[in-house]
Design a protein around this ligand. Structure first.
Ligand code: SAH
Ligand code: SF4
Length: 370
């Protein structure tokens, strides 16, 4: 790819309209061209300078020479699953691999798709139940790389031409988004730009293990993105066992930050709870959760643990999962269960790219770590 040879050129997909116009001003290109290019990149989602039909040929050639789109360098795999999800495996400019998963809504919303995006290559948080964590951290993803997952998914859906639309974004793929606010916040700003993808901030959910400085930054960004907290254990001691980050950012402080988080009319914070057999799935745990979230507008999302040979936990039975959810619902809390999507293509959230390294269509352990 020629793009990958010029990593220092500005990546158009990561630039706001203002930044693009400023870049063009520097180059002596009129501001209105900046607006046109922004429209092509963010609204139309074109993936090729030639497609920018209202630009003079010379300008297109110059842009191709002096800038780059940035983002996904290559699509390695697009794997549709029997349940309507699609898993994408992408290579970035430096060859690093990341994944995104497109998932259908349920029932009447089957045509409204949710994209689970990655925000870092790997993750440094080291949660003991997570394949991404197990594999460690490689690097931050750029704004262009984060945004491009959504642009690519829209492009994919347009190609299918079957009425399905990208409606929601969840930052639940690889990485801890609040350890990359420098790129995640501008990426969300681009996703909600009325002159770009124009997604609703209420349909963008940032999922975090509880990085307090990042949480405050997100709150102060004024974007009103939705928040999901990976709770996973209801006491400081138990949470430290599976999420060592709890020592740095204690559970009580995390709950305090949730109470401060600005929620617009009727919005609620989602608490994700990965259910692991014999570790955090008892009635006592359910009751502790109820106590913990008291006073916070809350949705609980119970996620049956997705097992992996490299992880020391077990998935509870479906009955145990249902029973756990019932205890929470009995306290008048909303509780949904995330029966994993795309399991047949190893696309479950928290199981991205790491899994791909191990499982491929035919064999085992095919892709190298880099
Ligand atoms: N780093 C962020 C977002 C990515 S992880 C975070 O931790 O919130 C997205 C979700 O996948 C988290 O809620 C996490 O708890 C969950 N997850 C990780 N490993 C999992 C596993 N093996 N089974 C089920 N869910 C898992
Ligand atoms: Fe990182 Fe989230 Fe996995 Fe924890 S659960 S290791 S924060 S990706």
């Amino acid at each position: 790819m020629t793009e990958s040879l010029q990593p220092f050129q500005p990546a158009l997909r990561g630039l706001s309209q203002e930044a693009l116009c400023a870049l063009f001003a520097e180059k002596g290109i009129p501001a209105f061209r900046g607006k046109q290019v922004f429209h092509w990149v963010q609204k139309k989602g074109v993936r090729d300078f030639e497609a920018m039909r209202n630009l003079p040929k010379e300008l297109r050639a110059r842009l191709a020479e002096e800038t780059r789109f940035g983002g996904i360098a290559e699509t390695i795999a697009e794997k549709p699953s029997a349940d309507g999800s699609v898993k994408f495996l992408f290579a970035l400019d430096d060859g690093k691999k990341i994944e995104s998963v497109l998932m259908p809504g349920s029932g009447a919303d089957a045509d409204k798709m949710t994209l689970c995006v990655s925000s870092q290559v790997g993750c440094a948080v080291d949660c003991k139940f997570c394949v991404t964590g197990k594999n460690g951290f490689f690097r931050q993803m750029t704004t262009a790389e984060i945004v491009d997952q959504a642009l690519y998914a829209r492009h994919y859906l347009a190609r299918q031409n079957d009425g399905r639309l990208l409606r929601n974004i969840v930052f639940m793929g690889m990485g801890e988004p609040l350890l990359n606010t420098e790129n995640v916040i501008p990426a969300i700003r681009l996703m909600i730009d009325h002159e770009g993808m124009d997604l609703s901030p209420r349909r963008i959910t940032v999922s975090t293990s509880g990085i307090l400085p990042g949480l405050d930054e997100l709150a102060q960004s004024g974007m009103n993105a939705m928040l999901a907290i990976s709770l996973n254990a209801p006491t400081q001691e138990e949470r430290e066992v599976i999420m060592p980050i709890t020592r740095k950012y204690p559970l009580a402080d995390l709950m305090e930050a949730c109470r401060r988080y600005p929620l617009r009319g009727g919005a609620r914070i989602t608490f994700e709870y990965v259910l692991m057999a014999g570790f955090n799935d008892s009635r006592r745990h359910a009751r502790e959760i109820i106590r913990l979230v008291h006073g916070i507008p809350t949705k609980i999302n119970v996620i049956p643990f997705n097992p992996d040979p490299a992880l020391p936990y077990q998935r509870p039975t479906d009955e145990a999962v249902l029973e756990f959810a019932e205890v929470i619902r009995a306290a008048n809390l909303t509780c949904s269960i995330r029966w994993s999507k795309a399991l047949d293509v190893s696309g479950a959230c928290g199981q991205l790219a790491g899994q791909y390294r191990q499982k491929t269509s035919g064999g085992y352990v095919v892709l190298p770590r880099e």
